[in-house]
Design a protein around this ligand. Structure first.
Ligand code: SF4
Ligand code: MSK
Length: 646
């Protein structure tokens, strides 16, 4: 039998390696095995020059066949494929946002069915951002106005998105000048599909401009609405402690995994699991309680607000089942592999799908909607408890690995940490950047992929950057990679951080790596950047900030859309995996070079994390120089304790 070391070439953490070895022993196939059977991937697909938008094709571009049947070139085809990816990613995140906005509207109209507004302060604050009158009005009235306004962001036909005005004015001017201010999110996606159908838009730059426009409808539209309304409905995250990795599962409890993206279902499950009748039900089944743990971004949602532990990220979804100790995996939307069904059938695990738009053959479907979602959630949990007796102890092996973490850094929470209750502000962070104690900020986000050793790039880069005094903001599966590595423990991370960053973090009381939420919450990073601009001293545009975005192990269309809205917002983006555009020199060149002329930022594909760290430092230093803050100023750091004490 292969030794665990062999598996360490696929994953970075011991728990995953041990589970891969167990999967092999148990004759269970996982995504890592299937990645092997899919090794010879289509070169046309990978270079972006396969077109199947009409049935005269599929057409594939080669030196001998440089045009499709209709005459489309590699440029047209690669740009069309790229735009379709952006449209797919925008749809996923924005539809997530739409579901939440519809829930807000239902609550406001008294149709909340078990859901309520949990954070009225966030409601009033966000409504105020859109000029909605809040003074002397009831929460439901405000919520209805906000919900209607946000629904208008999806349906607006001619008016630009209202959310765009939350960006610095100078950036809005760039979008105006380039003609990429998006109208309604739905319109942008429909137009993307129209433009990319046969015989419509053939100009690669025009297609790419619509890709950036569509991505802005995501980052400054649908995703922003999703984070905003999640906070209103379920509470704005605050720092809290929890744990990550497969060791959070327990041998003596019923183990339920929640997996996917949308928080509405997991929030109710999190509430149901601690209900006295459910606890009693578990006791009657001879279990020492119920362990609820998360996978992927559903994990991040309930971690950020309730401290629910994280079992793992994207590539651990099957490995969690391989422990043999999972009674149930509850899935909703996005990143839930159909492969979990086959794995579950080798053990006793039940897979329950909960979203009507996301069913999987082999999963039982139990929607958590209707008039009484709490009862529906309890039914699901009771079913998991009933399954506890079917656990085969001879198949159970839960790895010991679990690491403590601190998460919950919403923009509000960061502001409070920085400035205290009465003077919550980004001033101390701006000062630290200006004084060169902090070199700059890197948002390290996105998925993990079977194309790389899982978590390796993310963790290597993160550690290298904090060593070099770069404050790291994380979301999505990348944050879970750091958590599993024990790097979301402030103490551990501070031991690694460079002197300047450590000094600031210790004085202010923040860790050098801030977990800001799920992948839809990447907008929180832009929101933080906007706050930094508004605070003053670091220019007047997102484009000028010493800040970068990094998607080290990205794999989903959502990441393509996120990358585009970061670049269009003026933030350079480092990719650890390449786009499928190499078959068109023009498209590739535009995205990786020329975009900088239009937006002040572009994409950089860098395969090696240490090389990426070097390039990031260069980008940050260039920005610092332009801002005139490249020399170390000897100013005393403000006493943050005094600020916090007010
Ligand atoms: Fe081929 Fe043109 Fe049809 Fe694409 S649109 S499949 S390039 S004929
Ligand atoms: S879950 S989109 S693998 S971050 Fe958001 Fe993780 Fe990427 Fe899915």
């Amino acid at each position: 039998m292969e030794h665990t070391d062999v598996f360490m070439s696929r994953v970075s953490d011991n728990a995953s390696a041990v589970m891969l070895e167990k999967a092999q022993t148990d004759c269970v196939e996982t995504c890592f095995d299937r990645a092997g059977t899919q090794k010879n991937q289509c070169g046309f697909g990978k270079s972006g020059v396969c077109c199947r938008v009409c049935h005269m094709g599929p057409c594939r571009i080669t030196p001998k066949a440089p045009k499709g049947v209709c005459g489309a070139t590699a440029d047209t085809i690669a740009a069309r494929n790229f735009l379709r990816e952006v449209a797919g990613g925008t749809s996923a995140h924005s539809d997530h946002g739409r579901h939440l906005v519809l829930k807000l509207k239902a609550i406001a109209e008294g149709r909340g069915a078990g859901y309520a507004i949990k954070d009225e302060k966030a409601l009033r604050y966000n409504a105020g951002l859109y000029g909605i009158e809040t003074e002397g009005r009831a929460a439901n009235e405000i919520a209805l106005d906000l919900a209607d306004l946000l629904l208008g962001e999806f349906t607006s036909q001619e008016e630009d998105l209202k959310t765009l005005h939350l960006a610095p004015q100078k950036r809005q001017n760039v979008w105006e000048a380039k003609g990429i201010k998006p109208q309604g999110i739905d319109r942008m996606v429909v137009e993307a599909l129209h433009r990319t159908s046969i015989g419509v838009d053939h100009d690669y730059k025009n297609l790419l401009m619509h890709a950036f426009r569509t991505s802005l409808a995501n980052g400054w539209g649908g995703s922003r609405a999703a984070s905003m309304v999640s906070d209103i409905l379920f509470g704005t995250p605050k720092p809290l402690k929890s744990a990550a990795n497969l060791g959070v599962l327990r041998e003596d409890t019923v183990n339920i995994l929640i997996h996917g993206h949308e928080p509405a279902i997991s929030e109710i499950l999190a509430a149901a699991v601690s209900a006295p009748d459910i606890k009693e039900y578990a006791k009657e089944a001879n279990a020492e309680g119920i362990t609820l743990a998360g996978i992927c971004c559903t994990a991040n949602e309930v971690l950020m607000r309730h401290g629910v532990p994280v079992a793992g990220n994207m590539l651990q979804q099957e490995l969690a089942i391989v422990t043999g100790a999972v009674e149930m995996m509850v899935i909703d939307v996005q990143c839930c592999m159909p492969g979990v069904i086959d794995v579950s059938q080798r053990y006793h695990t039940e897979i329950i799908s909960t979203a009507d738009m996301a069913k999987t053959v082999g999963a039982a479907h139990m929607a958590v909607g209707g008039a009484d979602p709490l009862s529906a959630a309890k039914d699901i949990i009771r079913r998991a408890v009933d399954n506890y007796k079917n656990r085969d102890q001879s198949k159970v092996h839960i790895p010991n690995e679990k690491e403590t973490l601190v998460a919950g850094f919403s923009v509000d929470a960061i502001k409070y940490m920085l400035g205290g209750r009465y003077r919550a502000s980004f001033r101390p962070l701006n000062d630290a950047i200006i004084q060169n104690r902090i070199l700059g900020v890197a948002g390290i986000v996105g998925c993990t992929s079977t194309k790389q050793t899982s978590d390796y790039y993310i963790n290597t880069l993160t550690e290298e950057l904090i060593k070099r005094n770069v404050l790291v903001l994380q979301t999505g599966c990348a944050a879970i990679s750091s958590a599993k590595r024990g790097r979301l423990t402030p103490e551990t991370a501070l031991r690694i951080a460079g002197d300047g960053l450590r000094e600031v973090c210790e004085t202010v009381g923040i860790p050098p790596i801030l977990h800001m939420g799920s992948c839809v919450d990447n907008t929180r990073i832009l929101e933080a950047a906007t706050e930094i601009i508004a605070e003053g001293g670091l220019g007047d545009d997102l484009g000028g900030l010493p800040a970068v975005g990094v998607a080290p192990e990205w794999m989903s269309e959502k990441a393509v859309s996120i990358g585009c809205y970061f670049v269009a917002s003026g933030v350079d983006v480092i990719l650890g995996n390449p786009f499928y555009t190499s078959g068109s020199d023009n498209v590739h060149h535009y995205l990786h070079h020329e975009a900088a002329n239009d937006f002040g930022a572009c994409f950089h594909y860098i395969e090696d994390p240490l090389e990426a760290a070097g390039r990031i430092v260069e980008i940050l230093n260039t920005a610092r120089k332009k801002l005139g803050i490249d020399k170390k100023a000897e100013r005393k750091l403000l006493d943050m304790k005094d600020r916090r004490d007010g």
